[in-house]
Ligand binder design. Structure first.
Ligand SMILES: [Zn+2]
Length: 157
């Protein structure tokens, strides 16, 4: 099998973060060392851990190694939390939008023309403002992320 050793090193280093059992601020940490020996040796060569060849069940991580491990762990194993911003509405726009029945509101948002996709699409609603008596909804296309807008004429629904 053709291993990408650097990748294995990265993931192993990241997982070491999970088995740290002793951390000294600024001085690294100790971690259980039940990992592939060759990988641990390479991590030692790279300066992330002390020499893994010892009778101890754990290995010392250098401060650099610990910080790198933490960074990699967060990059690879943290669940992505997509924060969708709440739409910003002016008071007048919010009042107007709330007059639209909920079912119709959904239909409006799910039927927006995207000039980039050249098709009807759903809008990720970002803001609502009034333009004269019309409500202007702005947001992004859920397919391509491009800007889309929808104008609700007075009493359209
Ligand atoms: Zn689009």
């Amino acid at each position: 099998m053709n291993y990408d050793e650097d990748k294995i090193d990265e993931f192993t280093l990241a997982l070491l973060c999970l088995v740290v059992h002793q951390r000294e601020e600024g001085l690294g940490a100790r971690a259980w060392k039940g990992f592939d020996w060759e990988t641990l040796n390479r991590l030692h060569d790279k300066g992330y851990i002390s020499n893994p060849v010892s009778k101890a069940k754990s290995v010392a991580m250098t401060e650099e190694g610990f910080l790198k491990s933490k960074e990699l762990f967060e990059r690879y194993f943290t669940k992505e939390t997509k924060t969708i911003p709440l739409p910003k509405f002016t008071d007048a726009a919010k009042k107007r939008w709330n007059q639209v029945p909920e079912r119709v509101r959904k239909d409006i948002i799910d039927a927006v023309w995207c000039t980039r996709c050249r098709t009807g699409t759903s809008m990720q609603l970002l803001e609502g403002t009034m333009s004269g008596r019309s409500l202007v909804l702005r947001g992004t296309c859920k397919q391509c992320g491009g800007e889309v807008a929808r104008v609700i004429e007075p009493a359209e629904e």
